[in-house]
Design a binder for this molecule. Structure first.
Ligand code: ZN
Length: 180
């Protein structure tokens, strides 16, 4: 279901010169790390997007097979880059969600201690605090994690990815200029 939605929606394309990750490459790497797909096949020699045997030009980065011979496997470094990207993103989302939880707890405490009736009556205070905690933490965790955590995490992860990609390209194409 979600893949139909993802296909219909416009995918966010970052404005930089790093061609990682095409949707197909990302899907393939996820398949590899789950053990559902082998790291074998035909991949673009530039951006490692999976290519069928007849394809002469990468659909993602437009590199032709004459310019850069397709490779038979995705380099471990590239698989690792996706793993690191996702880890950075989830750390930021989880971190901000946790912050939302803490804020809800502090806010709930403030309400219970700030209202004299609640301060004097343990049972109603506990009920109010419980409700504020459940509703507030859910809202704040979703808002902070799902919005700020997601955005900041993506930016951080993308920056690190661009650096890793530049290093990989330098190691791959720099120096002798030999094609692999
Ligand atoms: Zn490509």
């Amino acid at each position: 279901m979600s893949t139909d939605w993802a296909r219909g929606a416009e995918r966010f394309k970052p404005e930089d010169d790093c061609p990682l990750f095409s949707e197909r490459l990302e899907e393939h790497i996820v398949g590899i790390t789950r053990g559902e797909l082998p790291n074998r096949g035909r991949f673009c020699g530039n951006c490692y997007t999976p290519m069928s045997i007849e394809t002469v030009r990468c659909a993602h980065c437009q590199t032709s097979v004459q310019d850069r011979t397709p490779v038979g496997a995705i380099p471990d470094a590239v698989v690792d880059m996706l793993r690191r990207q996702r880890k950075t993103e989830s750390n930021w989302v989880n971190g901000f969600a946790y912050l939302g939880l803490v804020l809800a707890a502090v806010f709930g405490l403030g309400v219970v201690l700030g209202v004299p009736y609640l301060r004097a009556n343990l049972l109603p205070a506990t009920i109010v605090y419980g409700l504020l905690l459940v509703v507030g933490s859910r809202m704040l965790a979703g808002l902070l994690g799902g919005y700020w955590g997601d955005r900041l995490g993506y930016e951080r992860a993308r920056r690190a990815l661009r650096e890793s990609w530049a290093e990989l390209v330098e190691a791959r194409d720099g120096g002798t200029g030999a094609r692999r």
